[in-house]
Design a binder for this molecule. Structure first.
Ligand SMILES: *Cc1c(COP(=O)(O)O)cnc(C)c1O
Length: 371
């Protein structure tokens, strides 16, 4: 790495303007746990991303997924069709309920779940379809909804990568029975750790009880609670500390998303036509808008390219791995020829709000020089 060049890291948390003062204000109030900031964050999030449908704030994307699975009635022995390629957070909560993850293959050009594979895996025991918008590029929702409708089962979207994505002009967060978001450190919008579950009104009432031991908090605060717990709940609520950072993030949100999208376009222009390299999720489709969480490429000689990048002070990483390679999922391994074909080839390049277009061009130049 030459002297004048700063390292380019793979991810960096986005701490919004006003975030630190918002945190400081919250820390001086009576409520630092779940309180008014959580409600305000849910309200504003719902307006922006869920077309006003309920949004329930929780402690992580993983806990939001767990709640979605519970609300969808997924129980022991139920089959759930889910992508083989995703963060383990998508699939581990299925094991909490002793459900059976049925791993669907991915599409080679988007790394999203392949509807044809989903259709082939449907059985009488299929209880739900889970999809992940890999890197922020929306899945084939029309096709997935058609399969789910035929079977009368819900679609659960893991939209941890896809805050700000749209499909058919509608925001991801307003399309399916359940949509889950993550506010983990390096996601678009962060609360340190946190998550959101967008769902129907009746489910949201239940979700609010389940995130807090099974207690109806509104009734309790209104002295209307009969001091009984009928459902086994969790300790999954969001705190006001986290929500105040989330609210600050919503203020500058549009600029943050626009920057990420510009950087991704810059990558796609800079990396097009390089022999041995393909862009992931660069499919021309007017139905969908990319949320630009990652820039992922498929390359021959991944380890060599990573070495070249490292020598130039640039981080890169595969980030996620096929879930059926982990011991806890091994018994659910099935056929996934597309996954097999890209397994050793996909690579995530740096994309975050500390980067400029010049940084992207620097990465592209290193890649273009060959590896
Ligand atoms: C980040 C992430 C999650 C949720 O993770 P948490 O760290 O629990 O918020 C879920 N699915 C995917 C695909 C993710 O990338």
């Amino acid at each position: 790495m030459s002297q004048d060049q700063q390292p380019i890291v793979l991810f960096h948390p986005h701490i919004p303007e006003g975030g630190i003062s918002a945190l400081s204000r919250t820390l001086q109030t009576r409520w630092i746990g779940q309180g008014p900031q959580v409600e305000e964050f849910e309200r504003r999030f719902s307006e922006r991303f869920c077309r006003g449908a309920p949004a329930v704030a929780v402690s992580s994307g993983t806990s939001a997924l767990h709640l979605a699975y519970l609300l969808a009635g997924i129980a022991e022995g139920d089959e759930v069709i889910t992508p083989v390629f995703t963060c383990t957070a998508t699939n581990i909560p299925l094991l909490y309920e002793r459900a059976v993850p049925v791993f669907a293959d991915i599409q080679p050009d988007t790394l999203n779940i392949d509807p044809a594979s989903v259709r082939a895996l449907i059985t009488e025991r299929t209880r739900a379809i889970v999809c992940v918008h890999y890197g922020g590029f929306p899945c084939d929702m029309q096709e997935l909804h058609a399969i789910a409708r035929e079977r009368g089962i819900p679609v659960i979207e893991d939209a941890a990568h896809a805050l700000g994505a749209t499909y058919g002009g509608e925001p991801v967060g307003s399309l399916s029975e359940y949509t889950v978001f993550s506010f983990q450190a390096v996601k678009h919008l962060t609360t340190g750790d946190g998550g959101m579950l967008a769902c129907g009104a009746r489910q949201a009432q239940l979700a609010k009880r389940l995130r807090w031991f099974g207690i109806d908090r509104e009734a309790k605060l209104g002295s209307r609670w009969e001091n009984d717990i009928r459902e086994i709940g969790y300790k999954y609520q969001m705190t006001d500390i986290a929500a105040s950072l989330g609210l600050a993030g919503l203020n500058g949100w549009e600029d943050c998303l626009a920057l990420r999208k510009r950087l991704l376009v810059e990558y796609h222009e800079g990396l097009r036509g390089i022999p041995g390299l393909q862009l992931v999720g660069s499919v021309a489709d007017s139905r969908r808008e990319h949320a630009a969480w990652t820039c992922t490429v498929l390359v021959d000689g991944r380890a060599d390219l990573q070495r070249k990048l490292r020598e130039a002070g640039i981080e890169s990483d595969p980030v996620h791995f096929r879930n059926d390679k982990y011991s806890v999922f091994e018994r659910y391994r099935g056929q996934a020829p597309n996954m097999d074909a890209v397994e050793s080839r996909y690579l995530v390049l740096p994309l975050h709000t500390r980067m400029s277009g010049d940084d992207v061009r620097r990465v592209c130049n290193v890649v273009r020089a060959g590896w």
